[in-house]
Ligand binder design. Sequence first.
Ligand SMILES: NC(=O)c1ccc[n+]([C@@H]2O[C@H](COP(=O)([O-])OP(=O)(O)OC[C@H]3O[C@@H](n4cnc5c(N)ncnc54)[C@H](O)[C@@H]3O)[C@@H](O)[C@H]2O)c1
Length: 340
Amino acid sequence: MNSTEIKSAIIGFGGIARSHKRAYDALRQAGFPVSLVAICDIDPGQFSKALAINIDGSSKCDISAQHLYTSLDEMLENEDFDMADICLPSYLHKEYTERLLRAGKHVMCEKPMALSSSDCADMIKTARECGRELMVGQCLRFEPLYLFLKEAIDKNTFGRVKAAYFDRLSSPPHWGFEGWYRDTARSGGAIMDLHIHDVDMARFLFGEPDAASAISYDTFARWAVVNSRFMYGDDRIIVANASWDEAKSVKFSMSYRVRFEQATVKLEGGVVTVYPEDGAPYTPELLRANRMAEQLRTFVTTILQGGGNKVNPPESAMMTVRLVEKLRESADNGGVIVTV
Ligand SMILES: NC(=O)c1ccc[n+]([C@@H]2O[C@H](COP(=O)([O-])OP(=O)(O)OC[C@H]3O[C@@H](n4cnc5c(N)ncnc54)[C@H](O)[C@@H]3O)[C@@H](O)[C@H]2O)c1
């Protein structure tokens, strides 16, 4: 085995872990120095289950080359690995991230970083104390469909953004360990679990807003449907919607519509289309990349090179959780504008 190869272990082998597993397979196939050596899940039934979740319909997963554990302590005792890939339910992110950092592992943790910004701050402090890297899986920062927008904004390709609308719609989550998604205390509701992707994207594209407001309604969980508005001290309209309340027959979707001065750009049905002010609509050439694989590649590169992660630092993931807290404050007070 290459001495600079990073050995990883996944903790929690539910829905999203399978997308992570495929990311290891893809990077390894491309000769990238990362190897998934072990997987831990408290429920051994998860190792043999075929699982499909809203964002990923493919359930195939070959884990015959990995060592399997049902106890983290046992895995830590027996397995030699450099990084932990935390795919646990959100209410366990803080506890397990800190446990693994203290065990000397670098940690890549799924979003949301934690259920409160104060927990996020503790995680960052622990990572610093332990001298280990920590990154949160805000995976849209690695998604070509959204990186196209980032580049258009940063390079001023179509002029200034006048308005941007982001949508993320799902029927109620039908999977999950002990129904944790449906318990607000364990998932934070759709605003913390689903909407957080677009809250993070608004910050990634436009920076920190001066103020924000949100309205929402509850279903089986609190803040299950939310409409948020981000204010930047000018007349731009930046809006995001999330829903866990679509009909069961509605397939998960993520989309956006951004009105630039010289074009409208839309993501619909997984396809980006540019509608120029003058000329015919066209489909731009996008980077060919899988967001989960690029996220993993970034983290492993950070570990190998040192010096921290500038693309997706944990401090930024914490600020995204903080902004969600502000949106909840607004939603709980009739959509009042809150300063950020
Ligand atoms: N990046 C994305 O687009 C995306 C998409 C879906 C989910 N997620 C996030 O990923 C995380 C996991 O979501 P999921 O849908 O995979 O959940 P899940 O419930 O399907 O999977 C969680 C797994 O953790 C296991 N587990 C529970 N407690 C454990 C413990 N103490 N020790 C070891 N294993 C334990 C469960 O048995 C289960 O297999 C959540 O934070 C969620 O918000 C991210």
